[in-house]
Design a protein around this ligand. Structure first.
Ligand code: MFK
Length: 547
């Protein structure tokens, strides 16, 4: 009988998760929530099967109808059509805005996202922007817009739910938006936009928040203003928007990312006719938090598949799961997942706290923790996905196993919503506001204060020592702008990994104390061995020679 390898399979994606059940028990509580997430854990398995079957379907742009009319219709994949209803019904955005759980609503919402997201072909993209748009409008103080649009963005009713885009990137770039060329012209009582948007994710949304420069405003980012655009009129036609083409991307291939031309597109000014970058920052905080959670949920899926494969794959006389080197490899990436999970969900908890009257200290912490969480987890997601597909050998490299997609989709996470370097610089900008380093130190100490198990002493010390080293370095480098900038990523990563280790150590102690077993403690010890402190004073001259 010829040999055929069994493919990896998924078990319940809530019960099989080594972090989520204990985190939810601790930070949300209630059997009802666990039961809901367990049911979604089965939905995730069902949709994983659908995802494999849907693998070759991609969005299609039809620009003209048979009679020569410009229509620019985008047909999304069958799974995306299903995801739209599923996401609404299960409250992937709405749950964060429901009052019953107070500040815990955000943890509830992102637990749902964590379980479902890896099976939905990056439908997280429009959902993240929808959530960000709702939060931005709520923070804008523009009551008519809040009354009209927030209920549409935050409903559980699939018939009435709207999604939103976020159009920031132009041909001039996505990092330095100060060079944006889109112009806003006041024509009568109405604003109209003229320009090109170069990377508009999920162009099938009903609305978008976008930046444009009102005519006569100065150059630079402060001259930009924030606008809301409804994409279609009552008959469903795009409102002076043409879709030039869809992007041909490495991953996120189900996301209909488009290049658009706006030629007199009606728009509503959200707040002031300037300072649009500041006005859109609530959106950035929310989408970056989504990015961190989607990074950890992507890692979870990669690990679930690699772990199951190891239990089915026999080589050199034994299952992979019984081979010491394979076990060592999987343990290393499981520990990365555990640390990343804690930081992403700490970011989520802070978002919830700030939406329910958080303290100034929480605000200061969130300002630096969000970019740190995004940049740290984004990089981990790529590394973990890469290692996980390697753990499946050649099968991990063959498209119709579905495994390579896990890596291709992870690769977007360090790029969109601010690259690793842009967010490292943003971390420095957040620190410059003052109080942020103290907030991070306090966070680390608060997490380590309750740690008493002797097996957790070393991880705790490693977190403390790394953050101390990072602070000493930044204090010294502050006077040397080139040195500070060159080391910004190593600095931000060290803060990220220190935070991850402190949070993980704290949660490990909680798990030991509350009957959730010793696995999280093992993750903390292994995470420490993976390395935390990345500070090093690299020679700027050597870097110039090399680059
Ligand atoms: C799974 C998840 C799915 C997510 C799907 C998303 C798909 C969408 C695809 C995209 O749209 S990707 C494009 C995303 N683009 C970015 O994320 C932009 C990256 N660049 C930055 O973040 C730059 O740092 C930034 C554009 C903000 C720099 O612009 P400026 O004009 O140089 O900003 P400046 O002067 O530093 O800041 C202006 C104000 O905003 C300042 O406030 P003040 O005026 O009060 O001083 C800043 O403090 C504030 N600010 C900037 N960044 C902030 C912030 N406030 C809070 N949080 C931040 N992150």
């Amino acid at each position: 009988m010829a040999f055929f390898q069994e493919p990896p399979r998924l078990g319940n994606q809530f019960d099989d998760d080594p972090m989520l059940p204990s985190w939810v028990a601790r930070h949300v509580g209630g059997d009802e929530i666990a039961a809901e997430l367990r049911a979604l854990g089965d939905v995730a398995v069902e949709y994983y099967g659908k995802q494999l079957a849907d693998r070759l379907n991609e969005p299609v742009l039809t620009q003209w109808d048979a009679w020569g009319n410009r229509i620019d219709k985008i047909e999304v994949s069958p799974l995306w059509k299903e995801a739209e209803g599923l996401a609404a019904r299960h409250g992937m955005v709405a749950a964060g805005y429901e009052g019953r759980l107070g500040a815990k609503a955000r943890t509830h919402q992102f637990a749902i996202v964590h379980v479902l997201n890896p099976s939905l072909d990056v439908y997280s993209c429009p959902l993240a922007m929808t959530d960000g748009a709702a939060r931005t409008l709520l923070g804008s103080g523009n009551q008519p817009l809040i009354d009209k649009y927030v209920p549409l963005l935050t409903t559980r009713d699939p018939q009435t739910m709207w999604t939103s885009g976020q159009w920031m990137t132009e041909r001039t770039g996505g990092s330095d938006v100060s060079q944006s060329e889109t112009v806003a012209r006041k024509e009568g009582d109405e604003w109209r936009l003229y320009g090109t948007k170069w990377f508009t994710s999920a162009t099938t949304a009903q609305m978008a928040l976008t930046l444009a420069r009102p005519e006569g405003n100065p150059d630079g980012s402060r001259g930009l203003a924030l606008f809301l655009v409804e994409l279609r009129d009552a008959s469903g036609r795009l409102r002076n928007i043409t879709v030039n083409r869809l992007k041909d991307k490495l991953g996120t291939r189900k996301v209909p990312t488009a290049e658009l031309t706006l030629d007199g597109t009606p728009a509503i000014l959200v707040g002031a006719a300037s300072e649009g970058v500041r006005a859109i920052t609530p959106m950035l905080s929310v989408t970056r938090t989504w990015n961190a959670v989607c990074a950890v949920s992507g890692m979870r899926r990669a690990l679930a598949l690699a772990g199951d494969f190891a239990r089915r794959r026999k080589v050199f006389g034994a299952l992979l799961v019984d081979k010491a080197l394979h076990v060592d490899t999987l343990a290393g990436i499981e520990a990365e997942y555990a640390g990343a999970f804690c930081l992403a969900f700490r970011s989520v908890a802070l978002l919830g706290a700030l939406e329910h009257g958080g303290t100034e200290a929480e605000e200061r912490l969130a300002r630096s923790l969000v970019p740190i969480a995004k940049l740290t987890t984004g990089k981990q997601a790529v590394a973990v996905a890469s290692e996980a597909i390697e753990a499946c050998g050649g099968a991990g490299y063959v498209e119709d196993t579905g495994l390579p997609r896990v890596l291709a989709d992870a690769q977007v996470l360090p790029i969109w919503e601010g690259t690793t370097n842009v967010l490292s610089l943003d971390t420095l900008r957040a620190l410059a506001k003052g109080g942020a380093l103290e907030a991070i130190t306090t966070e680390i100490e608060a997490n380590l204060a309750s740690v008493k198990d002797p097996g957790l002493a070393k991880p705790g010390e490693a977190a403390r020592a790394a953050v101390k080293h990072a602070i000493a370095w930044v204090t010294e480098a502050m006077a040397q702008p080139d040195r500070l900038e060159a080391g910004a990523r190593r600095f931000a990563m060290t803060l990220g990994r220190s935070l991850e280790l402190a949070l993980l150590t704290n949660h490990a102690q909680w798990c030991l104390d509350h009957g959730h077993g010793p696995r999280t403690a093992a993750a903390a010890r292994r995470f420490m061995l993976n390395g935390v402190d990345q500070i090093s004073d690299v020679s700027l001259d050597d870097s110039k020679l090399l680059a």
